[in-house]
Design a protein around this ligand. Structure first.
Ligand code: RIB
Length: 287
């Protein structure tokens, strides 16, 4: 099968992760955490997942010119993602996500956007002819401009939630959001074009078209270690499967299994499964 070509426009972060038995409430200090650092950012995570699962990927992004950038881009480079449109800005820093993870794998994320917030619509490529995937860790006006100039399949992960112009929602072939984001979007969920996937955490996900449910899948039961980036893996796996011609049920199952596998390992990009791992579990799941 030929690998689809996908352009991802989105964020690059370095994730600085503190794992502890419990997460602090506002005003509380929790000690005894262990510290790790991983490449992250929703754009970079989704680019990595697409490449690892079977797409050719070009990432359009902004970083600082600092040591964090090298660390944040290392896995994308190793996976063969085209980084020629990732530009380092001299007067900003690479995005950083401060992440707390508790014993149940739940997380809390605080993002210092840095260069991700400095993307500008006028810097976008004039033509976007390949499939496009965006998220909202970068300015909404950049994402809206990219969607309006895209000529192929367009997917948007509406995370973290921000209102999007209606014409952009209607232009989508795939919208991915969680229950909280779906609630924030309200009536506009039914107005989005193409497929709308709503993730339900441990309950799996639903796929809707024109407001009607076409598929619902429960993921396999796994021991959750860290759910950071599971939504990114889900989004990329679902988009890839639909681009490959998968039907709604099959594509949703592929995405749920990929996301479940990613939650069994620490980190975001570090946790992303290979195509082989997803297909092996899928084969077991079908029997
Ligand atoms: O979706 C997970 C990502 O969100 C993390 O990698 C972190 O960078 C935050 O942006």
């Amino acid at each position: 099968m030929t690998r689809p070509l996908v352009r991802v426009i989105g964020s690059v972060n370095l994730d600085i992760v503190a794992s502890a038995p419990s997460l602090p409430r506002p005003g509380e200090t929790v000690i005894g955490a262990s510290l790790t650092r991983h490449p992250g950012g929703k754009g970079a995570n989704q680019a990595l997942a697409l490449a690892r699962l079977g797409a050719d990927v070009r990432l359009w992004a902004r970083t600082g010119i600092d040591a964090f950038a090298d660390e944040a881009l290392a896995l994308l480079r190793a996976e063969g993602v085209d980084l020629s449109e990732v530009i380092g800005l001299p007067d900003s820093h690479t995005g950083v996500a401060l992440i707390g993870v508790d014993a149940a794998g739940e997380n809390q994320i605080l993002v210092a956007s840095g260069a991700n917030a400095r993307m500008r619509p006028e810097d976008l490529p004039p033509d976007i002819t390949e499939a496009l995937l965006c998220q909202l860790e970068c300015p909404v006006e950049v994402v809206a401009a990219a969607i309006r100039r895209a000529r192929g399949f367009v997917a948007l992960n509406l995370a973290p939630y921000a209102p999007m112009p209606l014409d952009c929602l209607q232009r989508l072939d795939l919208l991915v959001l969680n229950e909280i984001e779906a609630e924030a979007l309200g009536d506009q969920v039914a107005q989005a074009g193409g497929a709308v996937a709503i993730t339900l955490g441990a309950e799996g996900a639903r796929l809707l078209r024109g407001g009607r449910e076409t598929a619902r899948v429960r993921p396999p039961e796994v021991r959750v270690v860290d759910s950071t980036g599971a939504g990114d893996v889900f989004t990329s796996a679902l988009m890839l499967s639909l681009l490959e011609g998968g039907d709604d049920k099959g594509a949703l199952r592929f995405a749920c299994i990929a996301a479940a596998l990613s939650a069994t390992r620490p980190g975001a990009q570090t946790a992303c499964p290979t195509r082989r791992e997803v297909e092996d579990l899928l084969a077991g799941d079908m029997t």
